[in-house]
Design a protein around this ligand. Structure first.
Ligand code: GLC
Length: 548
């Protein structure tokens, strides 16, 4: 029996039901369609899926504008379909993490409708209002290209309400105990339906003082917000002891440990610091960003864990890079027309676009990712090298349907293309007839096969989760080795980010006869006390040996 929780070293696959697989031909993916693809996820070797919001919603922010926390958008299926999905996922050994948006609701949520109609109703205090916006605290909106600020006038209420995201996403007054009780009920409900945990959207804005108190984060005010996260954990654990709470908290490195609440709040959080640096490092072929990320990240090993990732469904946010690298990344990774830059902070491009379609580079990025301690999130479609569609508005560019094969709509849906939730990518080097699962399945050199091999290598290497981790010095700025020591074994994961061959000699104090090549095309020769990695452009190699 392992003393570690399943989520401490999980590979989590992020998908949106709307764009994954359509079973009934209406152009919208659905839970029944997702069930049909569980075999694919099983083969890929993932431990969990994180399914993005699927609740009834006006979909003005891709479902992150929830109109009802207790139902499934009927275009995506029914509650019974969700339960069936969870049951069948469990049969494949895959856990289900759902996305819960608690910082705000849609303005179409019944709570907001009641709140605006009747200032005397208890729902009014579910949100944050002012009649004096000129005196109210102003701070930047998170979507600065679309919103002027955080207060908007509501004609029905005759007052201004507070919103950190779009104006149609009024912030919930999460300091109100009645609201908190509502949120705890939502958590219990979805655990009961078969969820194994939650990604809590926008945990940073949830933590920030809101409304009139919306100053910058002041440690003295933190206690109460952290208490909310701790209570969420207690609620969840009381229902299901191994359920997970995963924070989306794109906060400053020095604040990140807050979210773990001394081991009593979130179990996991996304590692946005590593994300910016890792994806940048591989693109610019230099390892300094990796060192910097590890230097500025707090040591949280006693209180929680990171979920590392290369890309997600939002913009690739560069704000965690130092100023010079930020400016460089803004230019270096931009699309030709300059359409990819968004929110003054990132690119709405997929991983493949960022690396100019170079599959070897995408593969070495996955090797680096999957050999980092902690958990990992994979963005659906990146495992086959899908590209963005910049003709779509805003972040929808990176949310096109999964490309399964070369049949119409990439096998995603039998509907007419114009009826699909988003059109499938059908032009250029990432078009579905060139980039799809069927074409890569069975080809051992395909990106999909390589990612699959890495996921399974990670599973076969408990050292990554449990061993002592270090990064031996390398002679070249483009090479990086992760070393893990665990119960008498040593695992070395070597990577070359350069466009040319590199040789790197690293200490390897193991019995040469015990050395096992785990994964990767990179060559090696073991000598007494050391190993020489012989790495072509973008090669990687993982080696394991028994200590003498
Ligand atoms: C999170 C989501 C993003 C959404 C925002 C507002 O950052 O990842 O897609 O727009 O929250 O809910």
């Amino acid at each position: 029996m392992s003393d570690r929780a399943w989520y401490e070293d999980a590979t989590i696959y992020s998908l949106d039901v709307k764009t994954f697989n359509d079973s009934d031909g209406d152009g919208w993916g659905d839970f029944t369609g997702a069930i049909e693809r569980l075999g694919y996820l099983d083969e890929l070797g993932v431990d969990a899926v994180w399914i993005r919001p699927f609740y009834p919603s006006p979909l003005r922010d891709n479902g992150y504008d929830v109109a009802d926390y207790y139902a499934v958008d009927d275009r995506l299926g029914s509650l019974a379909d969700f339960r069936e999905f969870a049951d069948q996922a469990h049969e494949h050994g895959i856990r289900v993490i759902t996305d819960l948006v608690f910082n705000h609701t849609s303005n179409e949520h019944e709570w907001f409708q009641r709140a605006r109609e009747d200032p005397e109703s208890e729902y009014h205090d579910y949100y944050l209002w002012t009649s004096h916006p000129e005196d109210a605290h102003q701070r930047g909106n998170i979507f600065p290209e679309y919103e002027d600020g955080v207060w908007s006038y509501d004609e029905v209420a005759g007052k201004h309400y507070f919103h950190q995201f779009y104006g149609h996403q009024p912030d919930l007054n999460v300091a109100n105990p009645v609201v908190r009780a509502e949120l705890y009920d939502v958590l219990r409900f979805w655990l009961d339906q078969g969820a194994d945990g939650f990604r809590i959207d926008a945990a940073h804005p949830m933590l920030m003082p809101k409304g009139h108190n919306a100053t910058t984060l002041d440690e003295t005010e933190l206690g109460e917000s952290i208490e909310l996260f701790k209570e969420m954990r207690r609620v969840v654990e009381a229902e299901q002891s191994d359920a997970v709470l995963l924070a989306e908290a794109d906060d400053e490195p020095e604040h990140l440990d807050y979210y773990f609440g001394d081991g009593e709040a979130f179990n996991l959080q996304f590692n946005f610091v590593m994300n910016a640096h890792l994806t940048y490092a591989v693109g610019v072929k230099d390892t300094w960003p990796l060192q910097r990320a590890e230097e500025i990240l707090p040591d949280v090993s006693d209180v929680g864990g990171w979920v590392n990732f290369l890309r997600n469904h939002d913009e690739w946010n560069l704000l965690k890079l130092p100023e010079e690298a930020f400016q460089h990344a803004r230019e270096y990774f931009a699309d030709d027309a300059g359409d990819s830059w968004i929110f003054e902070r990132g690119h709405r491009l997929r991983l493949a676009d960022l690396y100019g379609g170079d599959r070897d580079r995408i593969a070495v990025a996955h090797s680096l990712l999957l050999s980092l301690p902690g958990s990992v999130a994979l963005q659906s479609g990146d495992e086959i090298g899908m590209g963005a569609d910049l003709s779509l508005p805003e972040r929808e560019a990176v949310r096109t349907p999964m490309q399964w094969d070369d049949s119409p709509n990439g096998g995603f849906s039998a509907a007419a293309p114009e009826d699909c939730y988003n059109p499938v990518v059908d032009e250029g080097e990432y078009a579905y007839d060139r980039v799809n699962v069927a074409a890569q399945r069975g080809d051992p050199d395909s990106l999909l096969s390589r990612v699959e091999a890495l996921v399974s290598a990670r599973d076969a290497c408990p050292e990554i989760a449990r061993g002592d981790y270090r990064t031996p010095d390398c002679d070249h700025k483009e090479t990086r080795v992760h070393r893990f020591d665990h119960e008498g074994t040593v695992l070395l994961c070597a990577h070359n980010l350069a466009d040319e061959y590199r040789e790197e000699i690293v200490g390897f104090d193991v019995d040469p006869d015990s050395v096992e090549h785990v994964v990767g095309d990179g060559g090696h020769s073991v000598a007494e006390g050391g190993v020489t990695f012989e790495l072509d452009a973008c090669d990687y190699a993982w080696l394991r040996g028994e200590k003498r």
